[in-house]
Write a protein that binds this ligand. Structure first.
Ligand SMILES: [Zn+2]
Length: 298
C-alpha cells in the first residue's frame, strides 16, 4: 500500500523543519518578553521611583510605562500577529503612548492631573449612559438590566475610589486640547509623527493606503479593466514589527529614566532584540532540510 503523506518520510522531515523554525521563534519571543518585563520591574518594583509628593505624576508615569510594556509584551508573545494586518494596531497604540508620555513630561504635575481627570470624566459619562439605559430601556431583558446595573456600579466604584464623582468633570474634547500633530511639534517628535504615527494610523483606520497594499490583488481577467479583488496578503513573520515595538518601548524607558534620573542595569530592549534575532535568522533562513542533516537516518 502506498503510504499517505502523513505516514511518509517526507512528512517527518517537514515536521522537523517546521518544528525547528517554530522553536526558534519561541525562544526569540521568550527572550524579548522576559527582557520587557525585567525592564519594567527594574523601575516599578517596591515603588522605588517617585518622591512621595507628586502622587499623580508618579502614578501616571509608572502606569503608562506598564501599559507600554504590556503592549510590547503582548506582541512579543504572539508571533502569529507579526504581520501587516495586526502588528500596526499595537504599534500605533505604542506610538500614541510615547507621544502622550513625552507631552506630559513637559509639564508633569499639571498634565498628569489632566490625564487622570479626563479618564475619570469618560468613565462618568459611560456610567450615565448605563443609568439612562436602565431608566428608559423597558424592552431589555432582566439579564441585560442586571448586567448594565453591575457595570454601572463597578465603574462608579472605580471613579469614587479616586475622586467623588460629583466633582468629576466630563470633557468631550480631546484631553490635551490639541491635535497629535501639535503635541509632536511641542515635544520635538515631528519625525515620529510623519514616519510612524501617520502610516500606522492608516492601518488602524483601514485607509486605502493600508487596505490597497495588504488586502488587494489585481483581477486576472483582462476584460475586467484591472479591478481589484480582496485577499489577505500572507507575509509572515515580519520580525521588524517586533523591533519597532522594542524601539518604542525603549524610547518610553528613556523618557522615564531621564525624568527620574534613573540608570538601569537591564539591557535595553533593542539590544536584546539584536542579540536574539541572529539565532532566529540562522534557523529561519537555513536551506530546507539542511539543519536536520545530523539527525537524518540511513
Ligand atoms: Zn475581475
Amino acid at each position: 500500500m502506498v503510504p499517505t503523506f502523513l505516514e511518509s518520510e517526507l512528512f517527518d522531515i517537514w515536521v522537523r523543519i517546521v518544528n525547528d523554525k517554530y522553536d526558534a521563534i519561541g525562544h526569540f519571543s521568550k527572550n524579548i518578553s522576559s527582557n520587557i518585563l525585567e525592564n519594567l520591574n527594574d523601575r516599578t518594583d517596591d515603588f522605588r521611583l517617585g518622591d512621595g509628593f507628586e502622587t499623580t505624576t508618579n502614578t501616571v508615569f509608572s502606569t503608562l510605562l506598564a501599559r507600554q510594556a504590556s503592549l510590547a509584551e503582548g506582541l512579543a508573545e504572539s508571533p502569529l500577529t507579526w504581520n501587516g494586518h495586526i502588528a500596526p494596531l499595537v504599534l500605533r497604540s505604542m506610538i500614541d503612548l510615547l507621544i502622550t508620555f513625552r507631552w506630559i513630561v513637559c509639564s508633569p504635575t499639571e498634565r498628569s492631573t489632566e490625564y487622570v481627570n479626563y479618564g475619570l470624566g469618560m468613565e462618568k459619562l459611560l456610567v450615565s449612559h448605563y443609568q439612562s439605559l436602565l431608566a428608559n430601556g423597558e424592552d431589555d431583558t432582566d439579564d441585560d438590566r442586571e448586567l448594565a446595573k453591575r457595570v454601572a456600579e463597578a465603574n462608579l466604584a472605580w471613579i469614587e475610589s479616586q475622586q467623588f464623582q460629583m466633582f468629576v468633570a466630563v470633557n468631550l474634547g480631546s484631553w490635551t486640547g490639541m491635535s497629535v500633530r501639535k503635541m509632536c511639534e511641542e515635544t520635538g517628535s515631528q519625525d515620529l509623527y510623519k514616519f510612524a504615527y501617520t502610516p500606522y494610523s492608516s492601518a488602524t483606520h483601514n485607509m486605502w493606503n493600508h487596505v490597497g497594499k495588504w488586502n488587494a490583488k489585481f483581477c486576472r481577467n483582462p476584460m475586467h479593466k484591472q479591478h481589484m479583488v480582496g485577499q489577505i496578503i500572507d507575509a509572515w513573520p515580519v520580525v521588524d514589527f517586533m523591533y519597532r515595538a522594542c524601539k518604542y518601548y525603549e524610547q518610553t524607558l528613556i523618557e522615564f529614566d531621564r525624568f527620574y534620573d534613573f540608570e538601569s542595569s537591564v539591557i535595553p530592549p533593542t539590544a536584546c532584540f539584536e542579540e536574539s534575532v541572529g539565532p532566529l535568522a540562522e534557523v529561519w533562513n537555513a536551506p530546507e532540510g539542511a539543519e536536520s542533516d545530523d539527525e537524518a537516518g540511513p
